[in-house]
Design a protein around this ligand. Structure first.
Ligand SMILES: [Zn+2]
Length: 256
């Protein structure tokens, strides 16, 4: 909820200020209308989030957003992640999932990122463009909101595919502009201000369109674009605080 600049201004006081603020918000949003599957909490509604203050978005307890709650249920109901022995590479590990997956006894959990200090303790350095792991090392790869930061995204997708074992699967979410068929990318846009305007955030280097699944297929994946929210009623979509129509990109690698 706070900007990076605000966090930096608070310095060492940030964790204290943040926990006080979240305590206040848990009281402000006390109620029973919505349910967060990530932390098992109920609230009157989820709190607003983002520059446009989207309603019913942010969990005051575990900080999950719409996409985290959707994925949490998807992983539980549609995959074997929570039950089968699996070696899992988690790139840019979301805090919401990190602690849960790290404690799962069926999982050999490998949380990584090129900037590990931005993630929970235990996250290791890993460069997706020069991966320090042999091909076919992982049963599952979770790589959410990563490719839009990488200039050489095709190479990163290919490497991700190579790291997956035959018969393995992955989740590869990115922000998608559904009004555009083709991904918007312009290498002459280089300043932070221009990138924020064109691609949504100053660190992003493109805005994917509906051709995103084809890019994953080009890397080798078999892709199922699964609109999981369609399996829920409007009332349930509200109760879970989903973003209706937010599809899950479920990617598989054929068995040998
Ligand atoms: Zn929560």
């Amino acid at each position: 909820m706070l900007s990076t600049k605000q966090k930096e201004a608070l310095g060492p006081l940030f964790p204290i200020a943040d926990s006080v603020r979240r305590f206040y918000l848990r009281i402000k949003y006390a109620g029973n209308n919505v349910y967060c599957p990530c932390c098992g909490s109920r609230f009157k509604s989820f709190a607003p989030f983002g520059a446009k203050r989207r309603n019913n978005a942010w969990c005051p307890k575990c900080q999950s957003l719409e996409r985290h709650r959707l994925l949490w249920l998807y992983l539980e109901k549609k995959t074997d992640l929570y039950t089968t022995p699996l070696k899992v590479l988690h790139i840019a590990p979301e805090t919401t999932f990190f602690h849960f997956l790290n404690n799962k006894t069926n999982i050999e959990y490998c949380p990584v990122d090129i900037y590990p200090n931005l993630y929970p303790d235990g996250t290791k350095y890993f460069n997706l463009l020069e991966p320090d792991a042999p091909d076919a090392s992982f049963d599952v790869i979770i790589c959410n909101h990563v490719f839009q930061y990488i200039e050489e995204d095709e190479r990163a997708m290919r490497n991700t595919y190579n790291l997956l074992k035959p018969g393995g699967w992955g989740i590869m979410q990115v922000p998608i502009d559904k009004s555009k068929q083709e991904t918007y990318e312009d290498k002459t846009i280089t300043t932070e201000a221009e990138r924020e305007k064109a691609f949504g955030l100053k660190e992003h280097v493109r805005f994917y369109g509906l051709d995103y699944a084809d890019k994953l297929r080009k890397a080798g994946f078999t892709v199922k674009v699964d609109d999981y929210t369609a399996e829920f009623s409007d009332a349930e979509n509200y109760q879970y605080g989903f973003w209706k129509g937010d599809a899950v990109y479920y990617c598989t690698k054929p068995p040998r």
